[in-house]
Design a protein around this ligand. Sequence first.
Ligand code: ARG
Length: 295
Amino acid sequence: MKKIFTKSLIITLAISTIVLVGGCTKKSTGNESDTSNKTATESTENNKETVNTNDSESTEAKTKLVLGTSADYPPYEFFATVDGKETIVGFDIDIAKEIAKDMGMELEIKDITFEGLLGALASDKVDIVIAGMTPTEKRKESADFSKIYYNATHGVVMKKEAATQVKSLGDLNGKVIGVQQGSIQADMVHEKVTNAKEIKEVPKITDLILMLQTGKVDAVVMEKPVAESYSKTNSSIALTSIEVSDEAGGSAVAIKKGNIELVKKVDETIDRLLKEGKIDEFLIEANKLADEQKK
Ligand code: ARG
């Protein structure tokens, strides 16, 4: 009896090790909360949704890949009403679906504040992070990264009437500048706008846009495609002509440190998507969807 117990314990341990090595959590038996009645501003760490990327009807237990993202960054990731339901969409999400599909797994999405993403990865709450995240040297200390799948410059949004009055980052001196907490834009603004009236670091970009509309900040700095997207969907704000290049930057998928196997798999999918021109297609689709969310 004892022997049988020991044997099954070893088997169980072996199975969990395989699952851990794969870097992915086994499919749970439900209890997932639904995002259907949550709005973009209500999003919390508990926001989850499962997307089935596996077409096969197979009844055997499927495994799932848990994605951590910060859905406040159109066209990368954002909440959109799709078929009357609040859904997390964006070209990062499309990439995640392809990764899950290539791995034969189901995708579960968790919306987490940007600054908490790498912590969630380190504590196994998520398997991968895709959030327009730049693989900085500092971040590489706590996570591994895939290759770069997209590169953008930085842009700035302001109130429509003020947007035409600035030409360079230096023109933001004396102003209240909003940046996302924990972002590279926060570091960049601290470094380059040394005489700002105040630099406000806020967890969510959606809140920064509200603060801009209500005059609590004068300018918000983010990746340019995001700045463009928000200025299209909010008539009171506009994109300025300020553009800061970020050649050493770009977005990559973050993976728990040491999981070389998963990095390899993710890179394979990225290679395929780049070769097929899919990422550009996803971007166009995501922009269309974001523009439709006009307020
Ligand atoms: N690329 C910037 C960074 O890595 C900002 C990314 C913000 N992403 C988001 N989903 N809010 O710091």
